[in-house]
Design a binder for this molecule. Structure first.
Ligand SMILES: *[C@@H]1O[C@H](CO)[C@@H](O)[C@H](O)[C@H]1NC(C)=O
Ligand SMILES: *[C@@H]1O[C@H](CO)[C@@H](O)[C@H](O)[C@H]1NC(C)=O
Ligand SMILES: *[C@@H]1O[C@H](CO)[C@@H](O)[C@H](O)[C@H]1NC(C)=O
Length: 390
């Protein structure tokens, strides 16, 4: 999600976030091999290294939202309240009166005055988070190999992880309606590590989606909503489940500052280097698809893909995370079908256009069939086997 988002887009985004993942899954012959269908037994063949198109790589490496993101960061770090109280962040702050509405968040149940010591403390913390994040907002191709360090944070009681051991099996569970009547609940729960998306509830759906959750992966709009609840309640999976989010608006660092203090389980923010990597990869797939399908020049891509609002989905980044911290990755509930609901847990009809689900699906197919074709990733990174369950 782009960071200079306008309020109307925030609403759209929240719906989009809830929409999670929907693209057509067309992989055949990948499931049902071994116990969970992993293709351990495959003979490694020598394949020619993929040839990346430099023009596409360069194009995908440009973030159209970079300038407005920089502006946002600079304004916020300077404490520019004018924009906050009158502009696009109005939903967060009460306009005019210079009050920040954190009633639901402050334990004492009163709005915090902008010039109060409590707000000042939050503000300093907010600035610190934001500055650190921004300093780190650079591309690095070896970021996939560093994701394993997250495991240590997720599970400090596990000494094995000190040695950089990964989870043996991971399930990434999308929210597509194709999960209904799938009976995959037990299969999902049999994985050592289960990642769920955007707080989709499992209660009442256990048989098809399982009930185990090791990590709740969300976008920061979800935290923003949680932050309005009593003590930042954000735990559809229980208060001990760690939450990881990517920051889609810089102002959400304020929500983070409010919530991190009171959260029992770790509240983690994706590394901005990891965000950039994911953004480049999805844009590459989207642009390649666009050029192939339409034959139009590259510079027309932005017009048909929401330009600077274009963003990878939460599901895509969760899959990328799993690749970094797991020895085997299974993907569930990604994809759509004419006979299935959009979401297993909502009645939402359509999908939103700021994600290119088809492009993301092209990526998943490469992850299953030829991960070396995924651009922007260091040769040193070894992809784990990936299986897509339908
Ligand atoms: C790379 O892609 C661009 C844009 O589609 C195209 O014009 C160019 O011919 C491609 N280059 C190669 C070497 O295939
Ligand atoms: C954390 O580590 C403990 C001890 O090794 C293990 O029993 C537990 O399943 C781990 N938790 C997660 C979420 O991986
Ligand atoms: C959030 O709080 C935890 C526990 O208090 C702390 O270790 C962590 O550093 C905080 N997060 C950030 C980004 O500072």
């Amino acid at each position: 999600m782009k960071r200079s988002i306008r309020p109307i887009f925030s609403v759209v985004f929240i719906i989009a976030a809830a929409a999670t993942l929907c693209f057509r899954i067309m992989v055949s012959g990948v499931s049902s091999g071994g116990e969970l269908g992993y293709r351990n037994d495959i003979v490694v063949e020598q394949r020619p290294a993929p040839v990346f198109n430099d023009t596409l790589l360069r194009f995908a490496a440009v973030d159209l939202a970079e300038d407005s993101l920089r502006q946002d960061v600079e304004q916020l770090v300077d404490g520019n309240f004018r924009d906050l109280t009158s502009g696009r962040h109005r939903s967060f702050l009460w306009s005019g009166r210079h009050r920040i509405d954190i009633r639901a968040r402050s334990a004492r149940g009163v709005p915090v005055q902008l010039r109060s010591p409590e707000f000042y403390r939050l503000w300093l913390e907010f600035r610190r988070y934001l500055q650190t994040w921004w300093r780190n907002h650079r591309f690095r191709d070896d970021v996939m190999s560093n994701l394993i360090n997250i495991v240590k944070i997720l599970n400090t009681s596990n000494d094995d992880n000190e040695k950089g051991l990964k989870y043996k099996t991971c399930a990434v569970v999308g929210n597509s309606g194709i999960l209904l009547k799938s009976d995959l609940g037990e299969v999902i729960d049999s994985h050592e590590f289960v990642i769920r998306l955007n707080n989709a509830r499992t209660r009442g759906y256990e048989r098809n989606v399982g009930s185990k959750t090791s990590l709740s992966f969300v976008n920061s709009n979800i935290l923003h909503l949680c932050a309005r609840r009593e003590r930042c309640f954000c735990h559809p999976y229980g208060e001990n489940v760690a939450i990881m989010m990517y920051m889609c608006q810089m102002i959400h660092f304020l929500d983070y500052a409010v919530c991190n203090a009171s959260h029992k389980a770790p509240l983690l923010i994706t590394d901005p280097q990891f965000d950039i990597l994911c953004a480049r990869i999805v844009k590459y797939y989207s642009v390649s698809r666009f050029v192939k399908e339409t034959g139009k020049p590259l510079d027309e891509w932005a017009g048909s893909h929401d330009g600077s609002s274009f963003h990878y989905s939460s599901g895509m980044q969760a899959v990328m995370l799993a690749l970094g911290i797991c020895e085997k990755v299974s993907i569930f509930g990604f994809g759509k079908s004419d006979s299935a609901k959009h979401h297993y847990h909502t009645n939402q009809k359509g999908e939103l256009h700021l994600h290119d689900y088809q492009a993301e699906y092209d990526l998943y197919r490469d992850l299953v069939e030829r991960p070396e074709a995924v651009p922007f990733i260091s040769d040193k990174f070894k992809f784990p086997p990936v299986v897509i369950h339908r």
